[in-house]
Design a protein around this ligand. Structure first.
Ligand code: PLP
Length: 345
């Protein structure tokens, strides 16, 4: 086998969900958009449902269809992008609940699927999705009369505990929902960690389930092992890889790994990351190619059969920092080529 193996610890995932759920009284939902943050929405969703999750959030109706097929009837599946043109059959047939973001979506929904459940999103300052305060003031009474299942808003800075934007959004959300008798939801992972005041009735943890920041106490969920295809000796002065970008300064042992930038391992990471052969650090050397990476295994006691890019020695945040990005993007960039292996669940 020359594809890398992505191991997903469903036990760690569900324990992260339980830990976030235990931080307050609210019902903990689970955000499984982006194919379960790259880890497989069907497997992730089933494990979370078994652990007790009853409310799921995905980005688009197509993801909702796949998730419904994996979960079966019962759990509520919310569609964050709302009711888009052409979605009515999917929403109706698979019992998916759109979270309506605008007056246009509300009209579309009430015309196409009258009496089909829906939620609403309010914009409290992020200016991405949801109805703005003046728009909301105009439609609020009509919308509420149609019995929304959930009213949500989303925090722009939930992962920054000191940000003034959080308290502003919280107070705007309170104003916009004052006097309503409808379940409310504001907190993503960051919002859950901020303060119970952000929890309301239903929380929407995503990244924390998968072991990412800002949930620093999360159990790591993923590890990635890449097979070694070939090892060779390289004499001092010899070059390795495209552009001869790395040259040996000592008699070296070089291993060629079966993964590359086509798998989401960004080429710019070439001189910034290491892999691990058990507890021996092996620097990536030279340019990362499309399907191959060369690493320096001179310090290992024997040629490794595989090495870990993600594991106990190095998590998604280390990779994210080296790539100038966030853990979310490291997870959602995981190659479809990787063999996915699930533990527990
Ligand atoms: C992605 C998303 C979440 C989950 O956010 P995390 O930071 O991953 O916990 C919650 N709510 C909405 C509306 C989202 O788009």
């Amino acid at each position: 086998m020359s594809t890398a193996t992505l191991t997903i610890d469903l036990g760690a995932l569900t324990s992260n969900w339980s830990a976030l759920a235990a931080m307050g009284q609210a019902e903990a939902g689970a955000v499984v958009k982006g194919d379960g943050y790259g880890l497989g929405a069907a497997r992730v969703g089933r494990a979370l449902a078994k652990a007790g999750a009853r409310t799921f959030f995905v980005a688009v109706a197509e993801e909702g269809v796949a998730l419904r097929q994996a979960l079966g009837p019962g759990p509520v599946i919310y569609i964050l992008s709302g009711h888009m043109a052409g979605d009515a059959d999917m929403l109706g047939d698979l019992d998916l609940t759109p979270i309506l973001n605008s007056l246009d979506q509300m009209i579309r929904h009430l015309e196409a699927l009258p009496s089909h459940p829906f939620g609403l999103q309010l914009d409290t300052g992020m200016n991405r999705l949801g109805m703005e305060p003046n728009e909301w003031a105009a439609v609020r009474d009509i919308a509420v009369a149609q019995n929304p299942q959930l009213i949500i808003s989303h925090l722009a800075c939930g992962d920054q505990s000191g940000a003034a934007m959080n308290t502003q959004q919280l107070s705007t959300f309170r104003q916009m929902t004052a006097g309503l008798d409808c379940p409310l939801s504001l907190a993503n992972t960051g919002g859950i960690l901020l303060d119970k005041a952000y929890h309301f009735d239903v929380t929407r943890p995503g990244i924390g389930l998968y072991g990412g920041l800002p949930f620093a106490r999360a159990r790591p969920v993923v590890s990635l092992d890449i097979p070694v295809i070939q090892c060779r000796d390289v004499a001092p002065g010899e070059a390795v890889g495209y552009q001869g970008a790395w040259r040996a300064r000592r008699p070296s042992r070089v291993a060629t790994l079966g993964a590359g930038y086509a798998d989401g391992i960004l080429r710019c990471l070439g001189d910034r990351i290491d892999v691990w052969a058990d507890d021996v650090r092996c620097p990536v050397i030279g340019r990362i190619s499309m399907d191959l990476i060369c690493v320096d295994v001179t310090d290992t006691s024997s040629d490794p059969r595989s090495v870990a890019l993600l594991g106990p020695q190095q998590g998604i945040e280390t990779l994210a920092e080296a790539a100038g990005t966030v853990g979310y993007e490291i997870l959602t960039s995981m190659s479809p080529r990787y063999t996915r292996r699930y533990l527990g669940g």
